[in-house]
Design a protein around this ligand. Structure first.
Ligand code: GRF
Length: 201
């Protein structure tokens, strides 16, 4: 696969920054972040992209029907000839139409060991449930929330004295590590998918 990555985000952008850093450092050989798109005006991730000299766009989603908005996003991704779409704290479900434009070419990172604790505040959900281990997951994206085939996971132990913030910080370190590994594997085409199982080849 060619190696132009488009990042969609809504907020802080630390996973974007980790991917950008990995591209710059050669940990994802030959890859580059071609464009960053945010649905939120003022997202810190957009400022981070601009600081790195990476093209950054804000496309306001408010009031737009899902597919109408997604067509605008896809047009920008196509303008930048993006091969792989990485969601990085992107707080919107994608339409079936959008998913069909990029078959096996959309990844997401989620701060739990899916299928446990999908949705918002996964770290808080894990603490409240009382699990001893949680972590993060990189998965292919379909039109359902946090649901596509799993590419990579990392486990993080929950400590007795954990707070949501402390747990979130330890998970985030693992997110940054496995997102790079997953993107590299997918761009290298080193995988097969059988049912829901993604296997390295
Ligand atoms: C991360 O925890 C990611 O797993 C989740 O949203 C958060 C985004 O953080 N999907 P950041 O914007 O990448 O710093």
């Amino acid at each position: 696969m060619a190696r132009r990555i488009g990042v969609l985000l809504s907020g802080r952008g630390s996973n974007f920054e980790a991917l950008a850093e990995s591209c710059a450092a050669g940990r994802i050989p030959g890859a580059e972040i071609a464009v960053v798109i945010s649905n939120q005006d003022g997202a810190p991730g957009i400022v981070r992209a601009q600081a790195r000299g990476i093209p950054a766009r804000v496309l306001q989603s408010k009031g737009l029907q899902r597919e109408v908005y997604d067509r605008q996003v896809a047009a920008v991704l196509q303008e930048y000839k993006v091969d792989l779409v990485c969601l990085a704290g992107y707080m919107r479900l994608l339409s079936r139409w959008f998913v069909a434009q990029f078959p096996q070419r959309i990844l997401n990172i989620h701060p739990s060991l899916l299928p446990a604790f999908p949705g918002l505040e996964a770290q808080r959900q894990a603490l409240e449930h009382g699990v001893k281990w949680t972590g993060c997951t990189v998965h292919f994206v379909d039109e359902n929330l946090d649901a596509g085939p799993i590419v990579a996971q990392a486990a993080v132990a929950v400590r007795d004295d954990d707070t949501p913030d402390a747990l979130t910080a330890r998970i985030l370190t693992e997110e940054h590590r496995i997102y790079t590994e997953a993107v590299r594997m997918v761009l290298d085409g080193r995988f097969n998918i059988a049912g829901r199982r993604v296997m390295t080849s």
